[in-house]
Design a protein around this ligand. Structure first.
Ligand code: SAH
Length: 237
């Protein structure tokens, strides 16, 4: 049983988009995962097929209607579908590699892509949509955010990455940023490769990589490092 993604969107033609190429695209072609898109507008009931309306309380922009989106959800997904139901949203829980790993271990995911000013709060509450953000900036719609999320998840599905271990030692998995990489040519524009990497001494190479990862993390993302010098048992004091 492969991982199944269902995406509800007003722009199904944006899919598979980037997910149709490279690693994710190959995995899609070999049925390691499947992608179903649902056109939310198909569930509109009035003769203008409207999916949005003006915000209650006034103000700029439009809001996606609860009734149309709920019908789209209820028609597409069975009540006992075990997959997480997400809404891409700048107000959501910030996406982390830990969340990505948990999603990759699930049966798939259902993703709603917002547009306009967002979605009527009542459908978020009534259908228990989990809001997920891909970062502290505002996109014009949830489609690219959904592709970011699915790209991160699909690469972790069994059999997708050529080298199974490469998912483990890289940035965020180990709790720190990854060490720098080098490849041939051995000299380029007068720049060499750190000697240790061509030494063949695997223990030394591992030490160097660990030290570089720690250095980079300390310089760029000290927030990722485990808390130091915390007096044990007194952290709450
Ligand atoms: N008025 C909203 C922004 C709406 S952007 C606000 O100020 O919070 C329109 C849609 O784009 C959203 O409904 C959401 O689905 C998507 N979107 C925008 N930024 C996003 C982000 N950082 N992460 C995930 N989805 C985002």
């Amino acid at each position: 049983m492969s991982f199944k993604a269902t995406v509800l969107t007003l722009y199904p033609d944006m899919f598979p988009g980037t997910l149709g190429q490279a690693l994710a695209g190959k995995a899609l072609a070999t049925d390691t995962w499947s992608l179903e898109t649902v056109q939310i507008r198909d569930f509109a009931t009035d003769r203008h097929r409207s999916v949005d309306d003006t915000p209650a309380g006034g103000g700029a922009g439009m809001v996606m209607r609860a009734d149309v989106l709920a019908t789209a959800l209820d028609t597409t997904v069975a009540a006992d579908d075990p997959r997480p139901r997400l809404l891409m949203s700048p107000r959501g829980k910030p996406l982390t590699q830990k969340m990505v790993r948990d999603y990759a271990a699930s049966a798939g995911m259902l993703i709603v892509c917002g547009r306009f000013e967002g979605v009527d709060q009542r459908v978020i509450d009534a259908r228990g949509l989990e809001e997920v953000s891909i970062g502290d900036y505002v996109l014009s719609g949830g489609e690219i955010a959904a592709q970011v999320l699915l790209d991160a998840v699909v690469r972790l599905l069994p059999g997708v990455m050529g080298n199974e271990t490469s998912g483990q030692m890289e940035s965020f998995e180990a709790g720190w940023l990854e060490h720098p990489h080098y490849t041939r040519p051995a000299e380029w524009e007068g720049r060499g490769i750190p000697d240790v990497l061509t030494s063949g001494n695997h223990a030394k190479i591992a030490d160097w990589r660990r030290a570089e990862a720690e250095r980079l993390t300390r310089e760029r993302r000290p927030d990722l490092l485990p808390p130091r010098n915390t007096p044990t048992g007194r952290d709450k004091g």
